[in-house]
Design a protein around this ligand. Structure first.
Ligand code: FAD
Ligand code: NAG
Ligand code: NAG
Ligand code: NAG
Length: 687
């Protein structure tokens, strides 16, 4: 059975990859060809090898068997999950079976080049949402050479399957970061720690995320601009959202704030349950219009928009790099880790990057700029390792300070509560993994992209609300509701992957006590996500070893208004389910009993506070760690053109620059930031 499935997958993956290759039309005219020669002739010398480094402490080796181990895998009576487990899930450390290597995308250096050059115009660290867009746009001009360095591997056929997104949180396709322990949150997670996975792939977090496409409300960008960030008002950022976008949204794509001609597909999910209709109908009854939730005019509820095409994930790498592999001036190095930015301490000018590839430390220099796009955790870490950060902190870990800067002083995140689950009385109404991933569903997806495995983890709708707790003077939401055609119990049962609960690191004890009786049954849930947390955390180095993970402090729910906002949101969701569109399915709140909250009365405010503190789940939107702001902003790390304050030829271009929490999941904002930065950089260098 497995073997047959494998054959099908391989054939289709071949045709899939090659058919998209056919779309590539790299127009390299004669003029550009000449310049290509120049690039190569000038710099034919091999890259300088500085020294060999060992990988001893690489990533505190993770044993994937503990998460998807053999015994457990043999319980899968689901061929699809079994295949995935075979391909990626059970390898310990970073050696994956080469037997499956052909399922993976590749980014060889163009023109048969064996090693990268010693110097480029630009070196970009991190091929994530922002880094891919930036690299692609800068190399549109064939005179401009770019080296793009990325620790992760390229995507593979399975990363395209939307329904298994949560599974990748337990594989080497993510950085296994954990937040520092914080009493009173993540009580139901393994070791009481909050898990902070980030993408580790060519494509970054856009390879493993839920593909939800959101832009943030106009008022929010206008406020960011008003704080001294010229160029970042809503109308200005809108141009860059539009520039990427290739929208196909049942007519919405014709609106002036949309674009049909970009490279990043934005579509509705091709399949749905009846529960999305209930969510939208109930919303209208309570005064929330059904809208395009990315439209500037109106706040409301809508069907989820995703970065997908034909039911397949469209990562930033697919959109921006995949079709440009042959560009002679764009060199991509997967499985390569930057360890330091080289900065002249006298002139305070960045001139290159140190990186480790195949255990060898190399150096590459730049003619123009170094750009960090390593994301909101790794970019501040690299800045600090390079001598840019809070003076006392850097001194305490033995790093010479080149520039005292508030790197990592602020960190905002979006947390949500996945435990508000309602039972429904109709069978076959929710997505259930056991039904979604049979061989028929897989073949259907491969052919048309529209079976249940094209659902992005069951997400169907987005709703913006402003709770009574909000003190915002404008109509800006403080909660996003994420409507699911099911819940965190949907992938359970004897043959289920349990990928969602495992991705969140919820303990079996907590999960089974709270939800055991309704595991793998028909349910509906909406995750309330706290959009405007008043609590904020920070990030610091653990030590001066570039292979260590930094120390991440979430400091969640330390402001009581955050708890109050969650409780208000939970009450609002309960009201939604009391309307007729939900009541016709007998929708009923499931009385989950958490061992952590057993002394509290079910459904009291105190109970919900305890429940939120038990299942405190991040949606992975950490921002502000390399905050953007004018010179006068005491928390700013980069200026409005994303140049590091006080340092020449160094920018940060990723979601860490977003100065404060916005009403958006951060993939589209990250891509927008990459697009906008490309134009700013082109302007600086007149290219
Ligand atoms: C599980 C999960 C689900 C999510 N779901 C959604 C969603 O549905 N919708 C949405 O909009 N957002 C979602 N997000 C958030 C969104 O994907 C990220 O905010 C966004 O991708 C971040 O973009 P970025 O460019 O800042 O960083 P990233 O995309 O994270 O890219 C950073 C890259 O830098 C690389 N890197 C790091 N350190 C180094 C180094 N030293 N050397 C070389 N390379 C390095 C990393 O491997 C990574 O590839 C999700 C995130 C996660 C983790
Ligand atoms: C590339 O450089 C050449 C030579 O300097 C110049 O003539 C040409 O216009 C440049 N092309 C672009 C697209 O900038
Ligand atoms: C539910 O779906 C299963 C499998 O698709 C099918 O066998 C069953 O008859 C359905 N039940 C109802 C009540 O529709
Ligand atoms: C579900 O419950 C509703 C409300 O009680 C009822 O009208 C409906 O008939 C029930 N449906 C089924 C399939 O039992």
């Amino acid at each position: 059975m497995l073997f047959k499935l494998f054959i099908v997958l391989s054939i289709v993956s071949r045709t899939h990859l090659s058919s998209s290759d056919e779309v590539i039309v790299e127009t390299v005219d004669g003029d550009e060809e000449n310049n290509v020669e120049n690039i190569y002739n000038e710099n034919i010398a091999p890259v300088e090898v500085v020294r060999t480094v060992t990988r001893n402490n690489y990533e505190n080796p993770i044993n994937y068997k503990n998460i998807y181990g053999r015994q457990e895998r043999s319980q899968f009576n689901n061929p699809f999950m079994e295949l995935i487990a075979n391909v990626i899930g059970t390898q310990s450390g970073y050696k994956e079976s080469d037997f499956f290597a052909f399922l993976r995308d590749e980014y060889p250096l163009p023109r048969g080049l064996q090693s990268p050059l010693p110097e480029y115009d630009f070196v970009i660290v991190g091929a994530g949402s922002a880094g891919c867009a930036l690299a692609s746009r800068l190399t549109e001009n064939r005179n401009v050479t770019v080296l793009l360095i990325e620790t992760g591997k390229p995507e593979m056929l399975l990363t395209d399957v939307p329904a298994i997104a949560p599974y990748f949180q337990s594989t080497p396709y993510v950085w296994h970061y954990y937040m520092e322990p914080q009493p009173g949150v993540c009580l139901g997670m393994e070791n009481g720690r909050c898990f902070w996975p980030r993408g580790n792939a060519v494509g970054g977090s856009s390879v493993i995320n839920y593909m939800i496409y959101t832009r943030g409300r106009p008022e929010e960008w206008d406020r960011i601009a008003a704080a001294g960030n010229y160029g970042w008002s809503y109308n200005e950022v809108l141009e860059y959202y539009k520039k990427s976008e290739k929208a196909k949204l049942d007519g919405f794509e014709k609106k002036p704030y949309r674009n049909r001609d970009g490279v990043l597909p934005v579509e509705f999910v091709p399949i749905k349950t009846k529960l999305i209709k209930a969510f939208l109908d109930a919303g209208r009854i309570l005064g929330h219009p059904t809208v395009d939730y990315n439209a500037p005019e109106k706040m409301g509820f809508g069907k989820v928009q995703v970065t997908m095409s034909m039911g397949r994930r469209f990562s930033s790498a697919k959109a921006f790099l995949h079709n440009h592999k042959k560009r002679p001036n764009l060199h991509i190095l997967p499985e390569t880790r930057a360890t330091k930015v080289l900065i002249d301490p006298q002139t305070k000018t960045a001139y290159g990057v140190e990186y480790v590839r195949n255990n060898v430390l190399h150096r590459v220099t730049v003619r123009k700029e170094v750009i960090l796009s390593a994301g909101p955790i790794a970019s501040p870490q690299l800045l600090m390792l390079s001598g840019l950060g809070p003076r006392d902190h850097l001194n305490s870990v033995g790093i010479n300070v080149i520039q005292d800067l508030p790197v990592g002083k602020r960190l905002y995140d979006h947390i949500c509560f996945p435990g508000l689950i309602f039972t429904v009385n109709e069978t076959n109404i929710s997505f259930l993994e056991s039904q979604a991933s049979d061989i028929h569903a897989i073949v259907q997806w491969l052919k048309n992209g529209d079976s249940a495995i094209s659902s992005p983890g069951g997400v169907e709708g987005i709703g913006y609300i402003k709770t009574p707790v909000s003190d915002d003077p404008e109509l800006v939401p403080d909660i996003e509701l994420i409507s699911i055609g099911g819940s965190i119990v949907s992938d359970g049962g004897p043959g289920g992957s349990k990928a969602v609960r495992k991705g969140m690191r919820i303990t079996d004890n907590i999960f089974n006590n709270a939800f055991g009786p309704i595991d793998q049954t028909n349910t509906w849930s909406a995750f309330p996500m706290l959009l405007k947390p008043k609590s904020f955390g920070s990030i610091e180095l653990k030590d001066n070893n570039p292979f260590s993970h930094p120390k991440m402090y979430g400091n969640y729910l330390t402001d009581p208004r955050d708890v109050a906002t969650f409780v208000a949101a939970i009450r609002h969701i309960q009201e939604l389910t009391e309307t007729e569109p939900f009541q016709k399915y007998g929708t009923k709140l499931y009385p989950a009993i958490y061992p952590t909250c057993s002394s509290l009365q079910f459904n009291s405010d105190e109970y919900w506070e305890c429940a939120v503190r038990t299942l405190t789940a991040t949606l992975h939107h950490q921002v502000a760690t390399t905050r953007m702001g004018p010179q006068s902003d005491p928390l700013a790390v980069v200026d409005p053109e994303l140049r590091v304050h006080g340092i020449k030829r160094l920018r940060v271009v990723d979601t860490g620059i977003i100065p404060e929490p916005i009403s958006a999941h951060t993939n589209a904002p990250g891509i927008m930031i990459g697009e906008k930065a490309a134009d700013m950089i082109k302007q600086t260098w007149n290219i």
